[in-house]
Design a protein around this ligand. Structure first.
Ligand code: C6P
Length: 408
């Protein structure tokens, strides 16, 4: 197994005890833990560098602006984009809403279709429902196949000339499925649609190059990739961002404001209304620096190894069902499961008493949960700091849960 155990000591929180046990953190798909370098970069900025950006005529503000823009450059480099193609916002949810309200609202009409997959997070469903209500467009969903990968035949069947937008997750937060974004984007483009990629679970866990994917828009969150909460990224192809309307208006995003109308600042600033999350952008820059040092190939291969080990070990527990692909080439480290008829919330509570943090519920993907006939599942998710020992603790905790619930 690839060895990243030396990284663990970079994450102060992992030294904590929880309910009398060492903390075993298995909920990185919800939010990741932060290394000391990220915590320190943000604290240092607040201590010595804090000022508003793009406004000041004084050195402190100019320095803050430089650091904020350096963070943008680092993000751009990380995903293979131009600096002008990277807009900061609050997170994936906010980025996807920007596309729905800035592009969808102005380009959709009755009869048009938005093609999504059944494995989307609510963040890539609800904004489209809201915009469909305004525009009269219709939502259609491509299902997944028996092996929990996207049903490509159904996807291609649904992809007709009515489809204007294809929205898809690059990696499911429930099934772990990695979708073939480039292949689907090529088909979508041939059909005349644009492609909006929810990369909230992909960018933290594998090398993502927006040009290789040929994504038109792509969204992700800082807090799932070792960075802070409150910062996210909308990538958009330059020409699309230039055409797209801002979904939010206010300070910073304008070129001129008259009484009746306004003109917009250059991209990406027209999508950054108000004071942006400055310290958070600096924290995200530090998180990317950390990930780049580890190397995204090492991040991915560690994830494959630990997920393989988890699937093997969980497979030894009777009555445990895993919802997601078994082929590690097409899955990431989010592993959802149920154990006999024990409610996932009870499982999470029993594990918590042993210091083990997992998520239980519908994982903000209710249509998917409904299609699985499981209103809730338990989910363990892994990241660079997790070790086989964490998987062993999970498995031991699940055996105890079986005993407590008297599962025969
Ligand atoms: N999923 C999970 O536990 P925000 O909250 O905006 O940072 O990210 C939303 C989001 C969008 N897409 C996917 C695929 C996601 O996984 C998430 C967040 C967390 O699975 C919280 S619900």
């Amino acid at each position: 197994m690839s060895d990243l155990t030396h990284l663990r000591s970079d994450f102060p929180i992992l030294a904590r005890e929880m309910n009398g046990h060492p903390l075993v953190y298995l909920d990185s798909a919800a939010t990741s833990q932060k290394p000391r370098s990220v915590i320190d970069a943000m604290a240092e900025f607040s201590r010595t560098g804090n000022a508003n950006v793009h406004r000041g005529a004084y050195t402190l503000s100019n320095d803050a602006t430089d650091r904020y823009e350096e963070a943008r450059l680092r993000v751009a480099g990380f995903i293979g984009a131009d600096r002008r193609e990277v807009a900061f916002n609050r997170g994936t949810t906010s980025a996807l809403n920007q596309v729905a309200y800035g592009w969808g609202l102005y380009n959709l009409k009755p009869g048009d279709r938005i093609l999504l997959t059944l494995m989307e997070h609510h963040a890539n469903i609800v904004p489209w429902q809201l915009v469909a209500r305004h525009t009269g467009a219709e939502l259609v969903y491509a299902p997944y196949a028996a092996n929990y990968t996207l049903d490509r035949d159904k996807f291609h069947e649904l992809l007709d000339e009515r489809v204007r937008i294809v929205g898809l997750t690059a990696m499911s937060n429930v099934l772990g499925t990695i979708n073939p974004v480039r292949e689907l984007a090529d088909a979508a483009h041939a059909a005349g649609a644009i492609v909006v990629v929810d990369a909230a679970q992909a960018v933290p866990h594998m090398a993502v190059d927006v040009k290789d994917l040929d994504a038109d828009f792509l969204a992700f969150s800082g807090h799932k990739m070792l960075g802070p909460t409150g910062i996210g990224v909308l990538y958009g192809k330059l020409e699309l961002l230039e055409q797209m309307e801002p979904a939010e208006g206010g300070g910073e995003m304008i070129s001129d404001v008259q009484l009746e109308a306004s003109t917009w600042a250059e991209v990406p600033h027209k999508f950054e209304a108000g004071t942006p999350p400055i310290a958070q952008a600096i924290g995200l820059g530090a998180a990317i620096e950390y990930l780049e040092k580890v190397g995204m190939d090492a991040v991915r291969s560690h994830e494959v190894d630990i997920t393989r080990y988890a699937l093997d070990q969980l497979g030894t527990i009777d009555d445990l069902t895993i919802y997601g692909p078994t082929d590690l080439d097409v899955r990431g480290g989010a592993v959802s499961f149920t154990l006999a008829d024990i409610h996932p919330h009870d499982l999470a509570t029993i594990l918590d008493q042993r210091g083990i943090a997992i998520r239980a519920g519908h994982h903000c993907a209710r249509p998917l949960a409904r299609s699985l006939n499981q209103p809730a599942t338990a989910r363990a998710s892994f990241y660079v700091y997790n070790s086989p020992g964490d998987v062993d603790a999970l498995v031991a905790g699940l055996h105890e849960a079986r005993e407590i619930f008297g599962v025969a």
